[in-house]
Design a protein around this ligand. Sequence first.
Ligand SMILES: [Zn+2]
Length: 119
Amino acid sequence: MWIKSNDTVKVITGEDRGTSGRVLRVDPTAGKLVVEGVNRVYKHVKRSQKNPQGGRLSKEMPVQVSNVLLVCEGCGAATRLGVRYLDDGAKERYCKKCGAGNGHVAPLKARYAKKAVKK
Ligand SMILES: [Zn+2]
């Protein structure tokens, strides 16, 4: 999955469809992420040392990565991502709509330089 922490994503399905927010945490093995303000639930907390008051705690729960789209830094649209190699061998994700790069996803590897697509 190509979504990282601190990305801005838009929810495309479910109860929170249409809301966008910042990614707080990602869990690549489960394919899930926690987005600020999305999938909020009330967790009922019993009185404890840490939380002597108890009560209802509102917190975000993870959502499936397939239910969100990245908001492109270039065109501002919610978009699917492609991945390509750059001339210097770095791997970059890009916006499928406008083609703008949206950050590197892998460290620079010189042997991949030749795979870069010429534009
Ligand atoms: Zn774009």
